[in-house]
Design a protein around this ligand. Structure first.
Ligand code: NDP
Length: 246
């Protein structure tokens, strides 16, 4: 029987690489996408030649507490179990703090941080009862170092790390591990499409002088889910080419 992994924002740049890696690792992937993006989700599914045993598309607004609770409890009943949760969905609404609107603050905190409550809470109890589970939260180098123009994003991404350590402490005796992968700048379609000059100046600041590939982030997640990662919990794995060392 395949293990079942739920990943939020599964068709995004990094989410897509994680989904493909987990399919390769033999998981059945529950690939969540945002409300109203069924068509592009289906296109993504088709373009990757997934079949319905490998990947199930699942619409979910990670900001909506009630919807997540209701739909994830239903999913658990339908699938029988969830072995792995990858909280990957995320957004940016950048701006210096003086100019930041309350809605840009709230939208980022809701999507990037409150989503951890919304997604994880309906599934964590089941994992503890089962005595096994793996949770990986996708944070960011900018949550560790703080980034100019990203008070909302850095706060949310740092919050994910505190959440993960606290939940790791709660899950440990029940065989549930909770870890963080903190990517540096990653060559997703959106980042790669940035103005060449800006991109070059970013690369110049990275000791390895290049961006991460989405596949490198996905392999780090895969490692934490593997037998090699069984005794790792509450940890933050930086995958940033040396951009920030903590
Ligand atoms: P993308 O924008 O490509 O993907 C983000 C995904 O989040 C999208 O697939 C989107 O779903 C989903 N999403 C956004 N809002 C919601 C919502 N309300 N409900 C459900 N899903 C939602 O970003 P990346 O792949 O680049 O980023 C993935 C994660 O990695 C993020 O958390 C990001 O902060 C983090 N990260 C990225 C870095 C980078 O350089 N790219 C660096 C460090 C961290 P849909 O497509 O269905 O709308």
């Amino acid at each position: 029987m395949k293990k079942i992994a739920l990943i939020t924002g599964a068709k995004g740049g990094i989410g897509s690489a994680i989904s493909s890696q987990l399919v390769k690792d033999g998981y059945r992937v529950i690939a969540t996408h945002s409300a109203g993006s069924q068509e592009s989700a289906q296109e993504w599914f088709d373009a990757n030649n997934f079949n319905t045993d490998q990947v199930r598309l699942f619409e979910l607004d990670v900001k909506d507490t009630d919807q997540c609770s209701e739909r994830l409890c239903g999913l658990l009943e339908e699938e029988g179990t969830i072995d792995v949760v990858i909280n990957n969905a995320g957004i940016t609404r950048d701006g210096t703090f003086k100019k930041m609107s309350a809605s840009d603050w709230k939208e980022v905190i809701d999507t990037n941080l409150n989503s951890l409550f919304n997604i994880t809470q309906p599934l964590f109890g089941h994992m503890c009862e089962k005595g096994a589970g793996r949770i990986v939260n996708i944070s960011s180098v900018n949550g560790l170092k703080g980034q100019f123009g990203q008070t909302n994003y850095s706060a949310a991404k740092a919050g994910m790390i505190g959440f993960s350590k606290a939940l790791a402490a709660e899950g440990a005796k029940s065989g549930v591990t909770v870890n963080v992968v903190a990517p540096g700048y990653t060559a997703t379609p959106m980042v790669s499409a940035m103005n060449t000059e800006v991109l070059e100046s970013i690369k110049a600041q990275i000791p390895m002088k290049r961006l991460a590939t989405p596949e490198e982030i996905a392999m780090s997640v895969s490692y934490l889910l593997s037998d090699a990662g069984a005794y790792i919990t509450g940890e933050t794995l930086s995958v940033n080419g040396g951009l920030y060392m903590h």
